[in-house]
Design a binder for this molecule. Sequence first.
Ligand code: NDP
Ligand code: 8X3
Length: 251
Amino acid sequence: MGIVLITGATAGLGQACAATFAAKGYDVIITGRRKDRLDALQTQLTQEYGANVLPLHFDVRDEAAVKAVLGNIPEEWKKIDVLINNAGLAAGLSTIDEGDTSDWDAMIDTNVKGLLYVSHTVIPWMRSRTTGHIINIGSTAAKHVYAKGNVYCATKAAVDAISQGMRIDLLSYRIKVTAIHPGAAETEFSLIRFKGDEAKAKEVYKGFIPLSPQDVADVVFYCTSLPPHVCINDLVLTPLQQANAYYTDKN
Ligand code: NDP
Ligand code: 8X3
């Protein structure tokens, strides 16, 4: 089928994407900071789907590490067909005057700069083959800002804008760029946002049926399964009870 690279494959949406693409016959490059999870996922994907798996252990915020680890993969793995820029986080939920600046750094460095470092490494390989598909995971938070979401929403609006820019710049190389913007999906996202507070994290998903990681992975895969001349540019998916980042009908 081809080769897919998924950043942030140790949990949530990225992990579901890894399993989905492996099940469809892709060779899979999985990345993240938690090496134990990468190793476990490699074993699972190999045993369940017979997939070839390349686990890469690095922090997307560290440009030198991105270049050293991802930049030096074996030549046969550089023929990446699909890049899923998924690694990301929300850190904290505070008004702008009360925000923690280290949270801001983490979100901007991961969600924006990390996505750029990884893309900057992979795009030349796609360009040389005049083919490829970049999927950037944005959020409904890219489309509407919600109270206390300030910097997180800004990073996802940046992902939206970068996706538009990539699409223009890469048109002549026939590289597809798709931004996918999920609404609330139950993953480790809220646990990370609330720094391990499980009660607060669980509260986020009460009163409605959130997206599952598999729901999102199925949509991501669909976008990659269209004919070569068709590109979904921008796609928003939400739970039925969520209209946008701000309005959720909880009961
Ligand atoms: P999870 O917390 O479950 O997973 C996040 C993944 O990102 C993990 O694999 C984590 O791996 C990786 N990651 C985070 N920081 C870094 C880093 N510095 N370097 C490398 N990898 C990193 O969250 P989700 O699966 O929910 O989130 C995935 C993406 O989807 C994010 O971009 C998020 O903003 C977006 N999103 C999530 C929504 C939701 O409701 N869950 C809705 C809309 C968008 P590790 O810790 O091992 O490094
Ligand atoms: C994650 C969804 O609504 O918590 O991007 O911002 S939300």
